[in-house]
Design a protein around this ligand. Sequence first.
Ligand code: FE2
Length: 431
Amino acid sequence: MLDLLIFNATLPDGSTNMSVGIKDGIFALVDEGQRPDAREALDAEGQLLSPPFVDSHFHMDATLSLGMPRLNASGTLLEGIGLWGELKPLLTQEGLVERALRYCDLAVSRGLLAIRSHVDTSDPRLLTVEAMIEVREKVKPYLDLQLVAFPQDGYLRAPGAAQSLERALDMGVDVVGGIPHFERSMADGAASVEALCRIAADRGLPVDMHCDESDDPLSRHIETLAQQTLRFGLQGRVAGSHLTSMHSMDNYYVSKLIPLIAEAQINAIANPLINITLQGRHDSYPKRRGQTRVPELMDAGVNVAFGHDCVMDPWYSLGSGDMLEVASMALHVGQMTSRDAMRRCFDAVTVNAAKAMGLENYGIKTGNRADLVLLQAADPIEAIRLRANRLVVIRKGQIISRTEPHVASLSLPGRPETVNAAEYVPGGGTP
Ligand code: FE2
């Protein structure tokens, strides 16, 4: 007998009247219209049942620190980095853990069950690393937290950064990070990419670099990252995060670059909320958007994911833990308004992000771990449009979060009765 059966569900691929059965925390049945015996049964009422949201780019050590010790007045990336530098000596392990756990609670309520977080390794005390490893253990029952050793002040630029990064990896950090555009020169940036890819190859680890987070069209470290990926045989294990300079690059150069990124099987991670607010700050009008070339990368077969990047920290004073907000911003900034493109934006915060993180057993398929979110929406497009309510969040077959359906009462002119607006939501759908 199944432990839990969810029936009458719509899946992200558009299949309807689907039954999803769970036994011992694993998907035991995914089929149309089946109603086998189960200890507990849940009628999805035709609403969207999705694998959980995945955030492939975040900064858990900085989250919820807004205003400590002051606000970012210019709103730029560089003031954000400076402000984080002011905050670092004031950090305590207790405070870091407390804020991160608070954020993870919010994430779970939003159906966000896997996060890749960069962790600043610049401070040789490595307080941030110790704290985030503690958080990774604490949240393990309900959230997959992957950590990236991130030399925020530059791998070659900051004294001792190389040693601190290696120590962080020795402590059990999962992924090698980098920030080549913040090194002192293009040559140092390229040298840092080579050194960090070599470390990843030697240790058998993935790579995820902040890469070309700049409006400078000549910031081309992604080319070096792709080249070194091929050289060290790291295909499929490397992510380029941000890639905002690609927005401003010469089109002819990009026509050569994108096939190289595809050949190296680099995962491209855009961070739409942050890119649209931090980039273009030196422009008057027209102002560049700064989001990387998402549809073009997708069309070339590159795996593209969207990250949240920041929530209430020195770089971004907003954010909600809602990956549908992230997808919506990417959709608007990238003008991805065709039906197919909007569905691909949903993929970028679910399956594509899981692939970028190398998550195993992800997705609604028999034998995979039974992680799910039931959304108050008819399909992925409606989910993005409404930032759909997360009715039920399931981890390893257990319901770990529930939210009551949104209900709003409307009195429409010419209609005497009060209408329950929630009736419009699942039934309205999208063609
Ligand atoms: Fe970042």
